[in-house]
Design a protein around this ligand. Structure first.
Ligand code: ATP
Length: 484
């Protein structure tokens, strides 16, 4: 049977990956906490991304900018004026919805019922109205499609209004001094405003990139589908600065590099696809999403955008500080240096929480094992060993005769290298099962033979196969398997 999102959410909670925020107060909508295993998996993903972007490229460096930025940043970026979602209220239930999402759900229901053409036609119409910013048109479409509020069951809708997604708060202690400040809705602007700082202090030559991992906040109106759409989330973004005219070449290169990354972390090629944007945002001259097939369908996981000089130029205009680069490479056409220009930018932007969800969904495996009477179901997380929260579990077969001490010695010899846990309670079969459920790729069992010949068994999570190996070889063997 296909895995549902409900199975995923339940497993994530039960085994310490993701908890609803402030759960004892019944939770906070669209906010989640990562538990003891979730944080390890998420950190492993972030580390791999960081390494792929910075360490494996000569010309990409990282920064860590603040969540708070000068309010004019968001004026320049366009977020104050146009980071809006169209919303609509139902007068009977008093519930608020995103107009575009109501229409998308309707399109989805046509498609699920087999009428793909009608679903697609509806999506096209939605796209047209969105780009025309036609709020009345959106409302009419909701009415003519007969879309009803799932709570009240009525179609007593208000008009459609634009709603800004940025969270704001006050800085300063006294009310009169305090001024409005936003929580960043994307990490990218922290990179743009530091473009010259990094370029100058790092003596960077174009083309070069700046990478960053950090929190972003959006007041999503309809937040659903677990960590797919949250109000507080984490982005992993990279802005790559290029000479104008060369952006398409870099756009294609990064698009392909990013697809390879997702496959390298274990997402199967058939569950990934590119989705080209037909309608481009005002700042972009090319844009593509990498979509993953979540249990609720193919959805955006990462965006790759060619943003031209839109952001740097806007910051230059508003701050009155030149955002130019002097390129002393010689232009073969003129025989002279390219000189001063505002660089173009190719951006890659992936949500750490969406990547986490994709990897988690993909790893969640339910299998029927055994024959006849012995048949049972086995659940485990088939994570790439490099991503697993715990790499090795060490078990003494019994809690006596020096086996625990021997097992502890092994733990000590491995723990500086890998995340290792020791467990001696319960039958060994139960201990294997507990590790399967959190995706531990290797379990080491210490038995009486270990005391005689210094060998142990390693049990492999995916095959449940066990092999006997000398203790002296453990570090090298496991090291090989957990590297990527
Ligand atoms: P969507 O259309 O799904 O709202 P978006 O196109 O607004 O996403 P971008 O602004 O391009 O998203 O942000 C880049 C990436 O940040 C997305 O591909 C996604 O992985 C992640 N992201 C954006 N919004 C959220 C959110 N509310 N919760 C979790 N991740 C998010």
């Amino acid at each position: 049977p296909a895995t549902s999102l409900q199975d995923i959410i339940a497993h994530a909670k039960e085994y310490g990956f993701v908890f609803p925020s402030s759960e004892i107060y019944d939770g906070l909508q669209a906010v989640y906490d990562y538990g003891q295993n979730g944080v390890e998996l998420k950190n492993n993903l972030k580390t791999l991304w960081w390494k792929a972007m910075t360490q494996l490229h000569d010309n990409v460096v990282g920064i860590d900018a603040s969540i708070f930025m000068h309010p004019l940043t968001w004026k320049a970026s366009g977020h104050v004026d146009s980071f809006n979602d169209p919303m609509i209220d139902n007068r009977d239930s008093k519930k608020r919805y995103r107009a575009d999402q109501l229409i998308e759900l309707k399109a989805e229901s046509y498609e699920n019922a087999g009428d793909v053409e009608r679903g697609q036609a509806l999506r096209n119409e939605l796209g047209r109205l969105q780009s025309a910013e036609d709020m009345d048109g959106l409302r009419s479409l909701i009415i003519t499609e007969g879309i009803k509020d799932p709570v009240s069951g009525t179609d007593n809708w208000t008009e459609v209004r634009q709603f800004n997604l940025m969270f704001s708060t006050q800085v300063g202690s006294l009310a009169e001094d305090a001024s409005l400040i936003y929580l960043r809705p994307e990490t990218a602007q922290g990179i743009f405003v530091n473009f010259l700082n990094v370029q100058k202090t790092g003596r960077m030559k174009i083309p070069f990139g700046i990478a960053q991992i950090g929190k972003a906040f959006r007041n999503e109106i309809v937040a659903r589908q677990f960590t797919f759409r949250m109000r507080e989330f984490e982005q992993m973004e990279m802005q790559f600065f290029v000479r104008p005219g060369t952006e398409m070449e870099w756009y294609e290169r990064w698009r392909d590099a990013r697809m390879k990354f997702h496959q390298a972390v274990g997402l199967p090629a058939e569950k990934l696809k590119f989705h080209n944007h037909e309608k481009l945002a005002h700042y972009a001259n090319a844009a593509v999403d990498i979509e993953y097939q979540f249990p609720f369908g193919f959805r955006e996981m990462e965006g790759i955008h060619s943003r031209t000089d839109f952001d740097l130029k806007a910051h230059q205009d508003l701050s009155r500080k030149k955002q130019q680069y002097f390129d002393n490479d010689v232009d073969p056409a003129t025989g002279k240096p390219y000189g001063n220009y505002i660089p173009y930018v190719v951006e890659t932007s992936v949500g750490a929480d969406r990547l986490f969800l994709a990897v988690f969904c993909n790893a969640f495996t339910k299998e029927t094992v055994g024959e006849g009477e012995d048949q049972k179901e086995r659940t485990y997380l088939k994570l790439h060993p490099a991503l697993a929260p715990v790499k090795v579990a060490v078990f003494p077969l019994v809690r006596k005769d020096g086996l625990p001490e021997k097992a502890q010695e092994i733990v000590k010899s491995l723990r500086s290298e890998f995340r290792v846990v020791y467990e001696e309670r319960d039958a060994i079969g139960k201990r294997y099962t507990r590790q399967d459920l959190i995706g531990t790729p290797f379990c080491i069992a210490v038995d009486y033979q270990s005391l005689d010949d210094n060998t142990v068994t390693i049990r492999y999570r995916d095959t449940t196969e066990q092999i006997r190996v000398p203790i002296s070889e453990l570090k090298a063997r496991i090291g090989q398997e957990v590297s990527m």
